[in-house]
Ligand binder design. Structure first.
Ligand code: 5GP
Ligand code: MN
Length: 336
């Protein structure tokens, strides 16, 4: 493990740096990565953000986005950048399986690996860890990494602030989830002071959908929603044909699960979608219901207590049945 002095020393001279984040990056994954990117380039580091997969269009407007390398489109170049890197930053994930094929490249790399993350149960692959499960976003931790650990608050410029604001906004559910503490609001105030234009960022992320996306949402709510009142649970189940019919792209399904959770009695909501090669689950819960436990125990996934995800190679119907069979075990927690 590196200590803070060695870490600062390492970052004192221009280095070759790769920043990576989890598969199918969300707002926090891209916001924290590009926030750190815009910080590091000011110090002359040769910095590249590599994502393991593509990401939604509503996240492509952030400063630095045009320089992002998508691994699946640029495997050779990505492998070379990782192999030659002095430092690899791992943001918003803590297990190398979350970056797919890239995981083994990062593991094998000579680079110092720095994890900045807020998920439970980190894997032991890193050389320095800025990790706090109470942080509402990895972007919040990038902010404290820059301000408290590196003591460089002055380098939080408009670009850095814009990206970090986006990460915190999206992972805190627009500042309404329980992890939105007063410290989070203080960080947000600093970011606005540093140039983040809050109302514009909300517009870019939340009011930039296609007509198809809205019609798909209508379809999900009218035809794919199933309520299980005895378990205070709501499911939205979407098959491959629906995805094709509405021309659903990466990111178009984001947030739909929250509509199921918006019903007063519902404590657990699941969005279950049939992708090309697997079934993906997104779980959301209220209060102390452990959505991540279900994902971890039954669906090769994980996440946070109130927002978790996983997957299965079984058929869509089998996954739905499996989840329904699991619910009785959690009945006490669901009906309290
Ligand atoms: P989403 O439902 O938006 O895909 O994911 C919600 C949260 O669940 C993510 O922030 C992440 O923490 C976690 N998550 C989603 N999918 C997976 C997965 O396949 N594996 C693990 N370990 N966590 C996941
Ligand atoms: Mn996050």
């Amino acid at each position: 493990m590196l200590d803070i002095a060695s870490l600062k020393n390492l970052l004192n001279q221009p280095k070759k740096i790769v920043i990576t984040t989890h598969h199918k990056p969300d707002g926090d994954a891209m916001g924290s990565s590009l926030g750190l990117y815009n910080y590091l380039i000011q110090q002359g580091h040769h910095t590249t953000v590599i994502t393991p997969s593509d990401y939604p269009d509503f996240l492509t407007w952030m400063p630095g986005n045009e320089e992002v390398v998508i691994y699946t489109d640029n495997k050779e170049r990505s492998a070379q950048l990782i192999a030659e890197a002095d430092i690899v930053f791992c943001l918003d994930f803590n297990n190398l399986s979350r970056i797919n094929e890239m995981g083994e490249l990062v593991r094998a790399a000579d680079a110092k690996k720095i994890m900045i993350d807020h998920h439970l149960e980190p894997e032991d692959f890193d050389d320095y860890r800025h990790w706090d499960i109470n942080a509402c976003a990895a972007a919040q931790l990038v902010h404290s990494f820059i301000t408290d650990i590196l003591d460089n608050k002055k380098l939080i410029n408009k670009d850095v602030a814009t990206c970090l604001y986006t990460g915190i906004m999206t992972d805190s559910g627009s500042f309404r989830l329980p992890n939105t503490t007063s410290s989070v609001h203080r960080v947000i105030a600093d970011l606005i002071d540093a140039g983040a234009v809050n109302y514009r960022i909300h517009e870019l992320v939340y009011n930039s959908a296609s007509e198809n996306r809205l019609r798909f949402l209508g379809h999900c709510l009218s035809s794919c929603l199933e309520i299980l009142p005895e378990f205070n649970t709501a499911l939205i189940v979407v098959n491959k044909q629906d995805l094709q019919k509405y021309d659903v792209n990466t990111g178009d399904t984001e947030g739909i699960v929250n509509y199921a959770l918006s019903i007063a009695s519902i404590r657990l909501a699941a969005f279950i979608v049939e992708r090309d090669d697997k079934v993906k689950l997104s779980l959301r819960s209220k209060g102390d219901f452990p959505a991540n436990e279900i994902c971890k125990l039954y669906f090769s996934g994980g996440g946070h207590r109130n927002a978790a995800g996983g997957q299965s190679s079984a058929s869509l119907q089998e996954v739905v049945n499996q989840l329904k069979q699991i619910l009785p075990e959690y009945k006490k927690l669901l009906i309290q």
